[in-house]
Structure formats: structure tokens, C-alpha cells
Design a protein around this ligand. Structure first.
Ligand code: DC
Length: 236
């Protein structure tokens, strides 16, 4: 028996490719909420602290169970909450990103967050972004995309972002950090970063955010449009 497609759009891809911005913009265009799964890993990593990936199983299990995730709002205004409190900008540093990537290599943590992600998608249609959305967490998602760009392009985008926020950064350091996190995300034994077989792969290197958003919304519209997402679980 084949399962009916889930009213979910998956956006997977490496660090710095622009998934979060795109997920927010796409959710706004489609009139649904978005789920930034990297924020879940980052939030846990920040709260548990460095070294949590090496904790013994029972301790890690209890720690994961003590953190519940929920969504509030819709479209661009969607916010992810941990234990009822919106997750804040403090999770957005590269240091927390590296801790999150380490934690993401632990099967128990992945299983716990995967279950939480699926629970959230049972409640409403979603744009979900991460590393393994189309492959592991939502293999029956209605629309799947994989976004890519060279490490150099992604590092340059990150530099521009930081500069726009008045923060100084070094392009060579950013490129190295992105390469390191790519290696961890792509080479881990469980749920590694890769495109699902049925995902539309988009190289965003030569496109700006408007260009990528337009291309993705076009694919959705050609294949049935947002109505399929709003209609809940279709029959295929
Ligand atoms: O997307 P991001 O940079 O916020 O994610 C931070 C880290 O969290 C990423 O390097 C690996 C981990 N992660 C993951 O393993 N699986 C996901 N679905 C999302 C993030």
C-alpha cells in the first residue's frame, strides 16, 4: 500500500544555502507555517551545552524528553517555541551550529526530534527545512526540493548577512567553517545530508532569493499548486 502524500514542502540543503529565509518567504506565499528544524537542533545544543553528544543514553534521553517544541503564528510570522517560549537569536552563531551538527550525529537525538517534527506536521500543512526532511522525516511529502550552492558562494552570502547586521567576519574563516559543517552533515552514518531521489535539485549559486523562490513556487504551481497543501492529506 502506498501512503498518500503529506501536505508538506521539504527544503533540504547544506549550511548557508538560504533555506531559512526561503522557507519563511515560501510559507508566506503559500499561507502556511514553516518549521526550521535546524533551530530545534541548535536550541537543544545550546541548552544541553558542549559535550552533550557524548552523554550516556539515559541522561540524553531524559534531556531530550524535557524539551517540547511547538509552533505559533503562520506564514512569515511563524515562530518555533521550546517549552512554550519562542526560540531566540542566540542560537544563530556558528559555534552553536557546530554543536548542533555534533548533536545531530547522535541517533537518539535524531529519533527524538524526528518524532517531534512529524507530530508538528500532523497538525497543519508546513514548509519544513533541514538536512533530512525529504529523505528520512517526510519521505511522502507532497513537494520536495534540495538546494545547493558552492561553499564559496554560501560563505559570501553569510558574510553579506553578517555585514548587514553590522558584524565583522572573515571570508576565509566562514568558508572553512562551512566546509567543516558540510563534512559532518554529509558524512554522518544516519540521515546524512543528501537529495531525496524524488526531490527537485536547484543550484542556487547564480540566483538570488527572489529567483529561487520564483522557481520553487513555479514547480509547486505546475504540480497542482498550494490547494494540494491546504487540502490536507490527498489521495495521491
Ligand atoms: O540548518 P542549520 O544550520 O540551522 O542547522 C544546524 C545543524 O543542525 C546542522 O549543521 C546539522 C543539524 N541539523 C540536522 O542534523 N538535521 C536537520 N534536519 C537540521 C539541522
Amino acid at each position: 500500500m502506498t501512503s498518500a502524500p503529506l501536505p508538506v514542502v521539504t527544503l533540504d540543503g547544506p549550511a548557508g544555502v538560504g533555506k531559512t529565509t526561503l522557507a519563511r518567504r515560501m510559507a508566506e506565499s503559500l499561507g502556511i507555517a514553516f518549521l526550521d528544524t535546524g533551530a530545534m537542533f541548535r536550541c537543544l545544543a545550546l541548552r544541553l551545552g558542549a559535550g552533550a553528544d557524548a552523554w550516556e543514553e539515559e541522561r540524553l534521553k531524559d534531556a531530550c524528553a524535557a524539551h517540547t517544541f511547538s509552533l505559533e503564528g503562520n506564514g512569515a510570522g511563524t515562530r518555533i517555541c521550546c517549552n512554550g517560549v519562542p526560540v531566540r537569536g542566540e542560537i544563530r552563531t556558528e559555534e552553536v551550529g557546530m554543536l548542533a551538527a555534533r548533536l545531530g550525529q547522535v541517533p537518539l537525538v535524531r529519533a527524538c526530534l524526528c518524532a517531534a517534527q512529524r507530530r508538528l506536521a500532523e497538525q497543519r500543512p508546513l514548509v519544513v527545512e533541514g538536512r533530512d526532511m525529504g529523505t528520512e522525516v517526510f519521505p511522502t511529502a507532497r513537494f520536495k526540493f534540495f538546494l545547493d550552492a558552492t561553499p564559496e558562494v554560501r560563505a559570501l552570502r553569510r558574510l553579506r548577512d553578517l555585514e548587514a547586521r553590522g558584524q565583522a567576519a572573515d571570508l576565509a574563516v566562514l568558508t572553512e567553517q562551512i566546509r567543516k559543517r558540510d563534512a559532518m552533515d554529509r558524512n554522518r552514518p544516519i540521515a546524512p545530508l543528501r537529495a531525496a531521489q524524488d526531490a527537485v535539485v536547484v543550484d542556487t549559486s547564480a540566483l538570488d532569493i527572489e529567483g529561487v523562490l520564483g522557481a520553487l513556487l513555479h514547480v509547486i504551481s505546475v504540480h497542482g499548486g498550494a490547494a494540494l497543501l491546504h487540502g490536507g492529506r490527498g489521495d495521491g
